[in-house]
Design a protein around this ligand. Structure first.
Ligand SMILES: Nc1ncnc2c1ncn2[C@@H]1O[C@H](COP(=O)(O)OP(=O)(O)O)[C@@H](O)[C@H]1O
Ligand SMILES: [Mg+2]
Length: 182
């Protein structure tokens, strides 16, 4: 089973992955595998990011990881992979996201772009375009430690991906935050 861990930059995908790896899970960084295998096909200069050939990456992952018991792919593009069986979207309140990204030393413009994306549910909307809602789970990381977020991931897995209200999509709504000046 292939599980995507996605979310706006700063929500804690890599931090949770670190803990999952310590617990002996296989967690692959999607961008790294894209770079290592030549699936980065260009630069998006306006957004200062790289362009990944998600279609070829999808085929590669299906071929090489499709038979694993459990493997995680983490990255803010992982929900675009059609081969993914379940998607976990990490979320973070804009106020806290701002602090996390500031602490990472990100430029103000990039911080604002990502906060806006989080408020507008961009990643969740993109996910819903590719995957049926019953395969998608959301975890609010706001005010939770990395260990607590990892426990939430484990709860979803241990519950065999049956739905629990608290992880259903649609619980999180930060639309009021759009009126704030970040
Ligand atoms: N649950 C959390 N609570 C507080 N800070 C966190 C949490 N998860 C991550 N962070 C911090 O926020 C920043 C972004 O986390 P990171 O794991 O790099 O996010 P992502 O991989 O989603 O971009 C890091 O400085 C990290 O230490
Ligand atoms: Mg990361």
């Amino acid at each position: 089973m292939i599980i995507a861990i996605t979310g706006t930059p700063g929500v804690g995908k890599s931090s949770v992955s670190y803990v999952l790896r310590k617990d002996d899970f296989e967690v692959v960084n999607l961008f790294k595998i894209a770079v290592d295998n030549g699936f980065v096909v260009g630069d998006d200069k306006r957004r200062a990011s790289r362009i990944v050939d998600v279609g070829r990456l999808d085929d590669y992952i299906k071929e090489n990881y499709g038979r694993r018991d459990i493997v995680f792919f983490e990255g803010h593009l992982s929900h675009f992979l059609k081969c993914v069986d379940r998607v976990i979207v990490l979320r973070c309140h804009p106020d806290e996201l701002k602090i996390r990204l500031s602490n990472k030393g990100w430029k103000e413009e990039k911080i604002r772009e990502n906060i806006e994306s989080e408020i507008l549910d961009i990643i969740l909307c993109e996910t819903a375009d590719v995957h049926p809602w019953e395969n998608v789970f959301e975890i609010d990381t706001t005010g939770k430690s990395v260990e607590a977020v990892t426990s939430a991931v484990m709860e979803i897995i241990n519950n065999k991906f049956r739905h629990m209200k608290k992880y259903n999509i649609g619980n999180i709504d930060w639309s009021d935050e759009i009126l704030k000046d970040f």
